[in-house]
Design a binder for this molecule. Sequence first.
Ligand code: AMP
Length: 210
Amino acid sequence: MIILLLGAPGAGKGTQAKILTEKYDLAHLSTGDVFRYHIKNETEIGKVAKGYIEKGTLVPDEVTCAIVKESLPLYQNRKGIILDGFPRNIVQAKALDAFCKLDCVLNIAVSEDLLLERICGRRVCKDCGASHHIKYLQGKATCQYCNGVLYQRQDDSVETAKERFAVYSQQTKPLIQFYKEKGILHTVDGNKEQDAVLVEIDKILKVLAE
Ligand code: AMP
């Protein structure tokens, strides 16, 4: 099963993906994580992606689509794949259609006020990539899963987050209609706590598996 997690920055895609991959034995392909890996390792792709990510805009489609097309075969060793953060516009969605068939699109809908609060309070683990919120950390500076050091993503500042929301509204949001027309869109209320969101997702996946 190939599942796309759709949603604005801060909607909780990464958090849900991490839970779902373990629960359903799925591989997790996050284009944001792939780009951060390349930036950290100063590869050619990293050099291209860095400026776009720092501004909060999209890395060019040809670079992003090529990475996903090349990487997908490497993610076939589990029962399915979660795509997190790709596609992010109609061009990418049409490119994906040419080499991969999505079974389900989970759209995590969250109000903008909450998104900004989540993004600005987000702290990510340097080792396993898990997201945490300062609200629940109570001063702790290490990951609850692996004890890794937590950091704030450079693009999680208020200014860059606002640019990322604008990019989401203009380029990514049209995918909701795109996948609705294909009959594979399921929307969940992402304003709820993560356990409650997971309950909604579980129900959808259970029906699909029947
Ligand atoms: P994320 O970790 O999903 O929030 O992505 C972080 C940043 O990586 C985005 O703001 C974009 O600059 C870049 N990025 C991630 N996925 C894509 C994509 N599908 N297309 C273009 N840029 C992307």
